[in-house]
Design a binder for this molecule. Sequence first.
Ligand code: MLC
Ligand code: AMP
Length: 493
Amino acid sequence: MIELIKRGAHFANRTAIISNQSAYSYQQLLNASDSIANYLLKGKKDLEEERVVFLVPPSFEYVATQWAIWRAGGIAVPLCTLHPLPSLQYVIEDTEATILVVSEDYKALLTPLAKERNMRLFLVADLLDKPSVDLPTVSLDRRAMILYTSGTTNLPKGVVTTHQNIQFQIETLVNAWEWEKDDRILNILPLHHVHGIINVLSCALWSGACCEFLPKFEAEKVWQKLSSGQLTLFMAVPTIYFKLIAFWDKATATEKERLSNGVKALRLMVSGSAALPVPVLEKWRTISTHTLLERYGMTEIGMALSNAYRTERRPGHVGLPLPGVAIRLVDAEGKDVKATGEPGEIQIKGPNVFKEYWRKPQATADAYMDGWFRSGDVAIFNDGMFKILGRDSVDIIKSGGYKISALEIEDILRRHPAIKECAVVGLADKEWGEIVAASLITDEKDLDFDALKKWLKELLPAYKVPRKFIIQEELPRNTLGKVTKKVLKSAFD
Ligand code: MLC
Ligand code: AMP
């Protein structure tokens, strides 16, 4: 049996999940996932890596579904609850999923697509009552999960991890951050990315700890939890800390004192998925006494670098490789520059590194240099620690912890009848890290941007829709005709 799930039996009576005001034990999680697995198998002995897509908000039912897919030998493909139909359809088609599990809220949206593609569609609430069957033995080298990530191509790629990858990614974090069964963490992150799935949920369950869900991020509710004295851990993207600080700033003096006193009780607060600005780290320290532990990761590798739990946490730095993860810094000529203190691309090797991009052998091969995974992130080794300087591609935007491809948005914008040409860039922003901005070439000088945004939201998740637009006569280009995005950024000033 998969180690993560096998361990659940040791913690049978402990609380695994709190969601929708109910507490669920590890035994309930085992029973529910057993039952769902039984439905998914429908008499088969093993799903043998059939892709099972599921659209279930963060909750006990989400976790039971994820475990069930793994227990039945399938590949778990979590869909994003914020995505419009075309984005969901893309993942369903790309994975050629055969089974779809949804919660009630998404049934109407996805039923026509499931019918059209002849998929088996289940409502998760209907799957919790079936007695157990013999479940297959799933070896560690089998594919376990596909998460979609944006990159330097216009369409997101499916990142495939095996059970072994996942297990290693969990174990290295559990050890580094000293997770234990008495821990309790609040999850407010989406569960279609590694930050929420691995760092928060799976580390908690591996440890016999409790993971509590809030359906979505709301500063007031998160502060209530943080100051309740019940939590020991919290992990979030920098934008969330920014928003929590903004809430605290607006509170009365008495309330500020209460919130600050309450949050001190946690043993660890972590930031990641995007660069943590030093002023945010410092302000959070004055509010909470916590020095946020910043770490660096990526969908393809889980976590790779981390500041120390017990010793130094250096602002603006991402620490050192996690145990078992090898890191090198390589310049444009392929020379290792870690020792010289020059900037280089972070490249990674280790059991944490993913198996492949789903059905994209060329993209998979291109992602490596001499057996090292190329992150596309540039860093230096500064006085014994890694410091991220940025990315080597202007086409990748990080906004609120989400990775967004400029090319994907340009591709959609060009489909609009009024848009002749366009270019998308990320602009630095204190709250979001970067915000998406688009320059348009159009003959319609009075183009209605609100109507354009509405049109885009039918095709793209709202967080990918540009927040700023300008209309230009022509796009800035170099002598080869390529849009110079660094120049374009200054046009938004
Ligand atoms: C929401 N909006 C965003 C956005 N999130 N816009 C740009 N970037 C984002 N990230 C938009 C909404 O569409 C909406 O626009 C408006 O902002 C307000 O929406 P909201 O729902 O009120 O926002 P909020 O709930 O506050 O969301 C902010 C957030 C969320 C920070 C909580 O973005 C989030 O959960 N981010 C975490 C993403 C994450 O987990 N990344 C990890 C990837 S793994 P409108 O127009 O509709 O009003 C990874 C590896 C690693 O990176 O190292 O961890
Ligand atoms: P994703 O592809 O969504 O998994 O995002 C991974 C990317 O997030 C990395 O390649 C980095 O660009 C960025 N990232 C993650 N953690 C950090 C960090 N601590 N500092 C700067 N960038 C980060």
